[in-house]
Design a protein around this ligand. Structure first.
Ligand code: NDP
Length: 331
């Protein structure tokens, strides 16, 4: 495994990490989640991601049980959770001081931990002043409930505002962002956040490297049984797998297959290795509903070295549907 600094922080996260969205509590019970986390750990993963909203707290409970039962040394692990959607009441959601404190305390209880390493504001909250959120996150860090705080899917402008408030008020600025990043969703990481990596030392813990599984190539012949696309309660994800936009992505994935085959890797490994090639990515949070997927995905790391400029240009041409790649951060 390779360990990367979380932006300018001293903390080191495994370049490949493992998350619990969708899977923990629906496809994976404690036993299966333990097998997946163990496989990830065996591959050198130190960073595990969850959120208060994942299966309404069940994902945190499962992750906490697995960590406790495994007897892993706490200092060997980097654990994150994310606060925003904690329930149905008017004060159970958002980034108010009240919900950030109550949500974090409840999450720690479910995780059976005294602290998380990373604590994220899961989305921006337009109904809470950023001042209130920055002050509350600073207090949570100063109380030892988390070592670093960050954002997820905030705009660059919102992150810059939070950092400026922190500087002005002697508070703690956000250290990391958790954005979606994959071959089909690139603009934020490659363009919008670009000035922030240097100026703020922003790290990134990127999510959905396989675009929810599409980039593994498994949707070429329709929707496979037991896949994420078939799960009750996740019908809202359907647009990722079905419809005109999905069709285009599935076709592009098929066009990438010869490149993967030529390099001796699977499509999933190609897609994950591609994310790893971006130097602004601190860690790629992978997801899996089977141990075999974890094992396959973890092997993407050595393959990243095979993605030289020529291969990247070929991938780019497929993604942009044109013969020559241009306007690329990799140039
Ligand atoms: P991916 O895009 O990598 O999708 C993972 C899913 O793809 C798996 O659950 C599995 O689904 C399928 N899959 C994985 N590996 C393979 C393989 N080798 N071959 C075939 N299929 C495969 O990541 P996620 O969308 O799961 O996101 C990863 C993590 O990022 C989450 O667990 C979460 O921690 C975080 N996240 C954060 C968000 C945020 O808002 N901050 C939002 C979403 C995720 P299947 O069951 O269909 O086989």
């Amino acid at each position: 495994m390779e360990y990367r600094r979380l932006g300018s922080a001293g903390l080191k996260v495994s370049a490949l990490s493992f998350g619990s969205w969708v899977t923990f509590g629906s496809q994976l019970d404690v036993g299966k989640a333990a097998a997946c986390m163990r496989a990830a750990r065996d591959a050198g993963v130190n960073f595990f991601d969850t959120a208060e909203v994942y299966n309404a707290g069940t994902a945190e409970e499962i992750m906490g049980r697995v960590i406790k039962d495994a007897g892993w040394k706490r200092s060997d692990l980097v654990i994150s959770t994310k606060i925003y959607w904690g329930g149905r009441g008017p004060n159970d959601t958002g980034l108010s001081r009240k919900h950030l404190f109550e949500g974090t305390h409840a999450a720690l209880k479910r995780l059976q931990l005294d602290y998380v390493d990373l604590l994220f504001c899961h989305r921006p909250d337009l109904h809470t002043p950023i001042e209130e959120t920055v002050a509350a996150m600073t207090d949570l860090v100063r109380q030892g409930k988390a070592f670093y705080w960050g954002t997820s899917e905030w705009s660059a402008a919102q992150i810059v505002t939070a950092a400026a408030i922190a500087r002005r008020e002697h508070l703690i600025p956000p250290q990391m962002e958790q954005p979606e990043y994959n071959m089909f969703r690139r603009d934020r990481v490659e363009k919008e956040y670009l000035p922030l990596y240097g100026s703020l030392g922003l790290g990134t813990t990127i999510w959905s490297p396989l675009a929810s599984g599409v980039l593994s190539g498994k949707y070429q012949d329709g929707i496979p049984k037991n896949s994420r696309a078939t799960l009750k309660g996740y019908e809202w994800l359907r647009g990722n797998f079905d419809g005109p936009e999905a069709k285009e992505k599935i076709a592009k994935t098929a066009a990438l297959a010869p490149i993967a085959t030529e390099l001796g890797m699977t499509l999933a490994q190609l897609a994950i290795a591609w994310c790893l090639k971006n130097p602004h990515v601190s860690t790629v949070i992978t997801g899996a509903s089977e141990v075999e997927q974890v094992k396959e995905n973890m092997q993407a790391l050595p393959f990243a070295a095979k993605l030289g400029p020529e291969v990247l240009a070929r991938i780019e041409a497929v993604l942009k549907n044109k013969p020559e790649a241009e306007d690329d951060w990799r140039d």
